[in-house]
Design a protein around this ligand. Structure first.
Ligand SMILES: [Zn+2]
Length: 320
């Protein structure tokens, strides 16, 4: 009886959340139109969505275009997405190759909106082919530089991105400037705390290397904290079958340094991590790159900060 009641309550809560978030048919998280909305922001990826709702506060309505669980790299925009962008004040996206779909969309879009890309807010790093990594790249064109696009995985980059967003909002909506600056400063203070925690953990860890038995979308993170890494696949690779050579290489690295845990990332099939754990007896831990959230994560109120603090604890465990 109690159980049924709880279930009914949970279902009701879920239904309510869905209504509140205004989930469209395609799963887009549409903003709650607030009566006092001054700036309409359309975002593509979760980190942009999260930063925008924090800095924008009550003056901004924020929409997340790519639905929960969907791969942003292979996203196919709907006609409604075009309308949403045409009617927004600010498009806040990641930019770069994995959002090529956006470029195509924008070439046909009308409307008077500003655009800000997270990739342009920070010093971009070139993609790296690390020793042992399974090469899944289509041949890069001669002389073409490929940038790692997962810039938000460094909390210091997150600060830069938020400050740029804050300046952009201040110029779009000068009356809200005081609010945006306060929100930004408060949020950056919280990011500073997170950053300090990562530095403490890395400084006191036995190891200075992390092993990703998975794709590796966190190069900015390891660079920031001076960690070395080994990984199975590049950051934006399609999920793929682990090759015997890659598995063997990573198993050797785990044994060599008695690594207590290897990482997998969100929405992974965890196949390679399982093979390595079985063979070496190490643990597998989630590193949530904040790239792709599930509907459940969103409903439970997950944020960049909550996900990164959870990563913090797991990094502590993996560094021994
Ligand atoms: Zn990616």
């Amino acid at each position: 009886m109690v159980c049924m009641k709880r279930l009914a309550l949970a279902l009701l809560a879920a239904a309510l959340l869905l209504t509140l978030a205004g989930c469209g048919a395609n799963g887009t998280i549409a903003a709650n139109e607030k009566s006092d909305t001054v700036v309409n922001i359309v975002t593509t990826l979760f980190p942009a969505y999260d930063f925008a709702r924090v800095i924008g506060g009550e003056r901004c309505a924020v929409t997340l275009l790519v639905p929960p669980g969907a791969e942003s790299h292979s996203y196919e925009p709907t006609p409604q997405d075009v309308l949403r962008i045409e009617n927004c004040d600010l498009l806040f996206a990641n930019g770069g190759e994995s959002e090529e779909w956006l470029e195509t969309l924008l070439s046909g879009a009308e409307g008077d909106f500003s655009a800000l890309y997270m990739l342009d807010c920070v010093q971009a790093l070139e993609e790296e082919e690390k020793e042992g990594m399974q090469d899944l790249h289509e041949e890069a064109e001669e002389g073409e530089i490929e940038y790692d696009e997962h810039v938000w995985t460094s909390p210091r980059n997150a600060m830069e991105i938020c400050r740029t967003l804050c300046r952009t909002l201040c110029s779009l909506d000068p009356d809200g400037a005081a609010l945006y600056r306060t929100n930004c400063e408060n949020y950056c203070a919280q990011l500073e705390e997170l950053d300090a925690a990562f530095r403490r953990i890395v400084a006191s860890g036995r190891l200075d290397c992390v092993i990703f038995a998975d794709r590796f979308p966190v190069r900015y993170f390891v660079e920031e904290y001076g960690l070395d890494y080994y990984a199975a696949f590049p950051g934006c690779a399609d999920d793929t079958e682990p090759s015997a050579r890659t598995v063997a290489f990573l198993i050797d690295r785990v044994r060599e340094q008695a690594v207590p845990a290897v990482f997998y990332i969100e929405y992974s099939n965890q196949k390679m991590a399982d093979v390595i754990c079985e063979d070496t007896g190490c643990k597998k831990l989630l590193f949530h790159s904040c790239h792709t959230l599930s509907a459940e994560d969103l409903e439970n109120g997950a944020s960049y900060l909550s996900l990164m603090w959870a990563n913090c604890e797991r990094i502590r465990e993996a560094l021994g």
